[in-house]
Design a binder for this molecule. Sequence first.
Ligand SMILES: *[C@@H]1O[C@H](CO)[C@@H](O)[C@H](O)[C@H]1NC(C)=O
Ligand SMILES: *[C@@H]1O[C@H](CO)[C@@H](O)[C@H](O)[C@H]1NC(C)=O
Length: 348
Amino acid sequence: MFSIWFLLLVAGISCQDPSTDRAEWKEWRATVGKDRSYQNANDEEEHALAFEKSLILVKENKLAFEKGEVHYTLALNEFADRTDAELAVLRMDAESVKARKEYISNLKDSVDDDDSTVKDNKLRSSFDWRQYSKAKFPEIEDQGSCGSCYSFSSMFAMEAQLAIFNNITTSLSKQYVLDCTWYVDPKTLLNRGCSGGLDIVTYEWLHANGKGVPETSVYEYTGENRVRSCPATTSGPTYKVKSFRHANNSETLLQENLLRWGPITCGIHASKKFQLYYDGIYHEDNCDSADIDHSVVAIGYGSENGVDFWILRNSWGTNWGQGGYGKLMRGTNECGFPDTTAWPQVTF
Ligand SMILES: *[C@@H]1O[C@H](CO)[C@@H](O)[C@H](O)[C@H]1NC(C)=O
Ligand SMILES: *[C@@H]1O[C@H](CO)[C@@H](O)[C@H](O)[C@H]1NC(C)=O
């Protein structure tokens, strides 16, 4: 009780009548969190406190949104009761973030020289690959309690190629990527299963080894580390990386590359606030663009009431954002979003 009031006071939020204390928590437990179970009373209390922190962020956001200071809203979604440790599991750990940084700093853009000759001077003001795809994109997936964002983002970039250009809707095996790219480069500690990894390393390994990724239906996702369990062969159709590119883009170049090649994997710093994102154009003032710990896919862009945004696809289930998709402010180099971009071409 004390801590809740204390937190509310610290956050400068006007306190409600004590009789409504934890009303939101009870409501959340009865709805969004009805399937959550806790080990014991202490465990439940820990999660109730984590929820109160989320509640503060949501209330602050509501005020800021009403004043027109921000263009997005947060929600008490299924992440609302997660402790910081539980939220961290979804992201790359510190070792992976560091390894990623080192790897990126030695990377030269792989875009061919002639790429500059295809610049589209009449860039469309808005674009969404979902509207220009031959087949429907596969359903949004949920990486669960595993820092496998890089597997989901890189495999979705391949799935998008198949849908857009080949009229194939399929889900490619994220577990195969976890099992097969584990420690492919021990020097850099990339990739490390559920601890984190990099889209570029994934494309590189698949390309260099000529390995085809099987479909999820034959190689299911368990979200576990299964070190050195990469199978020599798999059943059913498989899909290979024919080529891949990566670049540290200006946002205009990212726009051009997106139009030219299809959806692009991008890194982002994922804060607790980002995990509670619901709708609108997300923006964070104090985002360290060097601290990238999550990977998502840019699938389009646009503008709303004079605010430019990217459309991104996440891998945190359909309850995050708008059915698993979100919008991120464009033109502000948001959280390092355009700094490391990559995209594959697929063959089968
Ligand atoms: C995509 O495939 C479906 C089903 O096989 C077919 O009906 C449709 O015409 C195809 N669309 C395009 C654009 O090729
Ligand atoms: C990308 O370019 C920007 C602007 O030149 C720079 O600030 C940033 O550090 C670069 N990022 C990487 C990962 O090289």
